[in-house]
Each structure stands twice: as C-alpha cells, then as structure tokens.
Design a protein around this ligand. Structure first.
Ligand code: BG6
Length: 491
C-alpha cells in the first residue's frame, strides 16, 4: 500500500538550536523523510541557527551524520540526499544579544511571501529572548508560525510566563505547542476508532466501561539528560503533557469536527473536569518511585542517583496516579495512569476495560468469562486489540476462551509509520493546529498537576525505591489492586 503524499506550500524553517540533540535525533531526520516522500517543494529551505559560527558545509556534514543515526535511513537515495543537503544553510545567531540577527533577517528576506516556521528547539529560558528578537527584527510575516517545544514551564506560573512571552510576538493561531505523542500513528487511530465507527461510542461511558489504564513505560534511564530530568521528574516530563493528552482523547466528547478549536475545546473540558488531587488525598491517589540499580535489557544498570552523580534527590522517575473525571460520562470510572524510566519493558498503551457481563448463561465447564478489553498500543508493535470471549473451536462442549481480535497496523497495511515529528512539522507548514496544544489547555493541565507537586513537596515523603527492570514500586500495584483491579501487562 502506498501512502498518499500532498506536497506542501513553499516554506522556510528556521531551527533555533540546530546543532542540538533534538535537531539531530528528530527534526533533521523528519525533514529528510518528508523530502524523500516528495512532500517538500523544490525551494523549501532549512535554516539552522545557534550561537557558534559554523560554515554551511559543516552544518550539512552535521545533518548527514544525523541522518546516519536515524532509524531506517541507512540506505539513502543519493540524489535525494544531495537535494536535501542543498536546502540547508546556517546562520550564527545569539539568542541573548542582537548579534547575527541582521544576517538572519537578510537570509529570510528572499522568501518573504512563503510560509515561515520558527522552531524553538532550545531550552525554555531562551523562548522569551528569541521571540522578542524575532519581533524586534521584524521577522514575523502573515504566514509566520512558531513551534514551541516542551517543557512549557515547570508549573502554572512559569507556563503562563512562557505563553505570555510567545504571545507578545505571535498570535495564538500562529503558535504550535508540540506534544509529539499527538503525532503518533496510533493516537490518530484512537480518533478514527472512536468517531469513524458506530460500535464504540454508545458504550463509551460509565455504564459500560469499568476503568481505563494508560501506561507509558520506558526501559531507558535518563539517557544523558539527568541534569534536566532532575528538575522535572516523571509527573512534569510525561504526565502533564503526553499522558494527559492521551487521557483527553479517550475521554473527550465527540467534537463537531476535526477543526483545531473544535477538538481542543473538548479536550479542555476534560482537563477542567479532572477531580483535584491535593494534600487531602494524594496519599491514596498517587505513588512516586525512583529506580535503584538493577538489570535492564539483559545488563546491569546503575540507579538514578548514580546516573545523576549525586547522593540525594527526591525527583520521581516513576509515577502512578488514580485520576477521576467528574462529569456524567465518566463519573465512577477511574483512569489509572503510570509512567516510569527503567521499567521492565518499553510499552505505551491505553487499555479500556469494559464491565463484566451482567449474567452468565454458561455452566462452570465453560470457564471464567473475562470482561472485554480494548487495547490501543502506541509502541512498540502499534495496533489495536479487542479482547473478546469466543467458543473454544472444535468438539468438547461449550468452553470459552478470551482472545484478541488483532489489528497490528504494520503487518496489516505494510506501510512505514512516519515518525511523529514528520507529521507534526508538515502540519505546522500547513497551518493545522489540531494536533497542537492551545494555551488554555497547557495551563489547565498545570492547574491539575501543581497541587500534586505541592502536596508531595509538603509531605516530605521520599519516592519509593524500585529495582531497575521491574514494573515500579509495589505501592503502584497496591494502588490499583486496592480497587479489585490489576495492571494489564499481558496485552
Ligand atoms: C519526552 C520526554 O517528551 O518523551 C522523555 O522528555 C521521554 O523523557 C520521551 O523519554 C518518550 O518519547 P517516546 O516517543 O520515545 O515514547
């Protein structure tokens, strides 16, 4: 099956932090893939900037290396590679002074009528000075857009500051706050599943759904980012953005269309309906963990504190939360959320667990009747499984089995799933904000997260230790088992 590709309008993308980790691992490979797919117009340009001077040739060499380290692009088509590298130029620009900005302005002058994307692949402390200079040097055109990477703040107050700084220069319609989970193929499929089928929506509520689990488990540790990670922790790094966005897509009301604001209005309502977790209930509703040395991917790995090179830290590398949504559809349906580093395996999935049948007509020989489950797996092996009870085939009476109706996308469709960044960058060029977070959404998410952080801080409890390579502290298992349910690790 061949994916349909529509070439986008001519554009210039200015990448701030062009020699950084994100540009190397994600942005340059994503842009290259889109070029390879034929989606980039001939005259699209990629303008790298950062503080240190670098000849164009060296930036191109950096990009070539970046493509070498990206998944699946070893066997590069040389003609496309040459075309892609030719699009790259580099301008040294200092975010904290006016140095280099006139050069950037001159470079952009030739493409004044094109879509212009400013990609802030830099630390959040540079968002304000960079936006201010983009404004001061008159670089914002009608077709300009800015992409803001996470973290957007570390709490509500700092997020509001970032949003205000960006908002002084760009209209909200031009601001693209990226959450790369929204660009993942299966996340898109969640919307297709819910809103392109008549089957699910009528049972998508507390009369039929018992609970929902969202797991984003990683086997890696802090992967060379311990410095940043220690200021964030799992709640800020994964829950405030990725996991709450997934929760919103599961829980939102059907939007009237897929227009950006129609979808984001519905997500915002979910965020606002989240029941507060604060000092009065955090001990029942949350579990924090921190990994100790253990084994992962077959080898011994150090603990978090060793990775950090410090004897103490109360930063959580694991969190489990029982979240509740106070509205008619979801009241009484817990959403169990968990995420962590150095867990037993890398798996991200959403499990929608339906209620048991009300009455069994089968006798004891039939075996237990398990409730239906819809499992939406984001990674690895993206796909959807609907667990059903069927009759054990063949003779031998009526015996029942719990089996998955399996839609593994890669094997069924045989197409390559684009990386989330490929889709999202092209959406920015097209001006489609549906998969990006609006200002009020980000702030609403912080409004729910802040009291949890405050309660943890005030309690002075330390995160519970867990051994690397396990599923987190035993308290996280108790969190769900207290309610007579279990984490689903067998999907
Ligand atoms: C990032 C977090 O946003 O998402 C990282 O900062 C995390 O800590 C990453 O590892 C996970 O993304 P993915 O796409 O690998 O699941």
């Amino acid at each position: 099956m061949v994916a349909r590709v529509v070439t986008v309008e001519p554009f210039d993308i200015v990448v701030f932090g062009a020699t950084g980790d994100l540009a190397r691992r994600k942005l340059l490979p994503a842009l290259f893939e889109r070029d390879l797919a034929g989606q980039m117009p001939d005259d699209a340009r990629i303008i790298g900037t950062s503080r240190r001077p670098l000849p164009d040739e060296d930036f191109r060499a950096f990009a070539r290396d970046a493509l070498g380290v990206a998944d699946g692009v070893e066997d590069v088509d040389q003609a496309v590679l040459a075309r892609f590298l030719n699009r790259l130029t580099y301008v040294a620009v200092d975010a904290l002074s006016d140095e280099g900005w006139p050069d950037l302005a001159a470079t952009l002058k030739v493409g004044e009528d094109r879509v212009r994307v400013f990609y802030l692949a830099v630390g959040p402390d540079l968002f304000d000075p960079i936006c201010a200079r983009i404004g001061a040097f008159g670089l914002v055109t009608d077709l300009s857009r800015v992409v803001v990477e996470k973290p957007v703040g570390k709490d509500l107050a700092s997020a509001q500051k970032v949003n205000a700084a960006v908002g002084r220069v760009f209209r909200e319609e031009a601001v693209f706050r990226i959450d790369h989970y929204l660009g993942k193929e299966t996340v898109q499929n969640l919307m297709a599943l819910r809103f392109a089928n008549a089957l699910f929506e009528p049972v998508w509520n507390n009369a039929h759904i018992d609970h929902v689990q969202i797991t984003v488990a990683e086997s890696i540790g802090t992967a060379g980012r311990a410095g940043y990670y220690d200021t964030a922790g799992a709640l800020r790094d994964m829950v405030q953005n990725h996991i709450l966005q997934l929760l919103c897509l599961v829980a939102m009301e059907p939007p009237v269309s897929l227009d950006a604001d129609a979808v984001r209005d519905e997500k915002l309502k979910v965020l606002k309906a989240l029941e507060p977790i604060n000092e009065s209930n955090f001990a029942q509703m949350t579990v924090r963990g921190q990994y100790r040395a253990g084994a992962s991917a077959g080898g011994a790995v150090p603990g978090y504190l060793e990775e950090l090179g410090s004897g103490e830290s109360s930063t959580e590398t694991f969190v489990a939360i029982k979240a509740e949504i106070g509205n008619w559809r979801w009241s009484g349906v817990p959403f169990y959320l968990r995420t962590g580093k150095r867990l037993a395996s890398r798996v991200s999935e959403i499990v929608v667990a339906f209620r048991p049948i009300p009455h069994s007509v089968f006798d004891d020989h039939a075996g237990p009747i398990m409730p239906n489950r819809l499992v939406i797996r984001l990674q690895p092996d993206e796909g959807v499984k609907l667990w059903l009870m069927i009759k054990d085939p063949g003779p031998g009476g009526m015996r029942l089995q719990h089996v998955p109706l399996d839609m593994s996308f890669a094997s069924v469709f045989g197409v390559r799933n684009p990386d989330a960044y490929e889709r999202l960058i092209m959406d920015v060029v097209r001006g489609n904000q549906t998969l990006f977070m609006r200002r009020d959404e980000v702030e609403a998410a912080w409004r729910w997260v802040d009291p949890i952080l405050d309660a943890w801080r005030a309690s002075r409890d330390q995160p519970k230790p867990y051994t690397a390579g396990t599923w987190g502290p035993s308290a996280a298992i108790a969190l769900i088992e207290r309610d007579g349910r279990t984490w689903t690790d067998d999907a």
